[in-house]
Design a protein around this ligand. Structure first.
Ligand code: ATP
Ligand code: MG
Length: 214
């Protein structure tokens, strides 16, 4: 990476989806000419109405979808495949159904090669942080929607990625849990200053959390 270059560099990006429109294949322009930089250690919030392309943009930064035109660079390198250097808390929960809560939270740490004892300990710490003690051995279908959401959040935070994408992570949670998690996220961020791109519908949340709102 160039010394002062942005960590996430979205450069005149377009996304055209091919869709099943009535009467045959159609296309849908989800993003048009989007340019946005996120600097090292910056916390940027994306705010916009439903369907405006926020998740699409995060998917592309994570390398799950290619851009139709333009380029996305992460630490100066064009993203052309799944970007494993980045943590992504997706809008939907995608816990592995065959793994317990504990097993799911340890997943990314496993990929990173952390020793089992450290994984277990860190997973426990984060499970406690979000009030899920006692549910370690529960499978995702035995957890509530909000509990699964919390598990998805800590699965990524526990791995402590150098940059992190979050897609409305607190949307479906109750007001109290939401406030606790926002608070924890701010504390964590103050400590680690991870480059963050955060999507929300909530203007108050975006003002409370971020350096910059787009
Ligand atoms: N895989 C896909 N194939 C075709 N069209 C898609 C696909 N994913 C998203 N779209 C379309 O792209 C547009 C943007 O969707 P996206 O999910 O990025 O919106 P969003 O801003 O995240 O909305 P929300 O706030 O509701 O989550 C929508 O019109 C959607 O129908
Ligand atoms: Mg979305």
């Amino acid at each position: 990476m160039a010394a002062d270059g942005p960590v996430i560099d979205i450069d005149h990006v377009y996304k055209l989806y091919t869709t099943r429109a009535p009467g045959g294949a159609g296309t849908l322009l989800a993003l048009r000419d989007i340019t946005l930089d996120v600097a090292d250690g910056e916390f940027v919030t994306l705010v916009g109405p439903s369907g405006c392309g926020k998740s699409t943009l995060l998917h592309m930064v994570a390398g799950l979808h290619p851009a139709t035109a333009g380029a996305i660079r992460y630490k100066g390198r064009e993203v052309t495949q799944v970007n494993t250097g980045i943590g992504y808390i997706t809008q939907g929960d995608n816990l592995l159904p065959w793994r317990t809560l504990q097993g799911n939270v340890e997943l990314a740490m496993e990929f990173k090669g952390l020793p089992p004892a450290e994984r277990r300990e860190r997973a426990r710490e984060y499970i406690h942080l979000v009030g899920l003690d006692g549910f370690e051995e529960f499978y995702p279908h035995e957890l509530s929607g909000g509990m699964r959401k919390r598990a998805g959040i800590i699965r990524t935070l526990a791995w402590d990625p150098p940059a992190i994408l979050m897609d409305e992570p607190f949307g479906p949670l109750d007001a109290q849990t939401r406030t606790i998690l926002q608070d924890e996220l701010l504390k964590l961020w103050a400590r680690t200053q991870r480059t963050t791109l955060f999507v929300t519908h909530d203007l108050v949340e975006s003002i409370a959390l971020s350096d910059r709102i787009v």
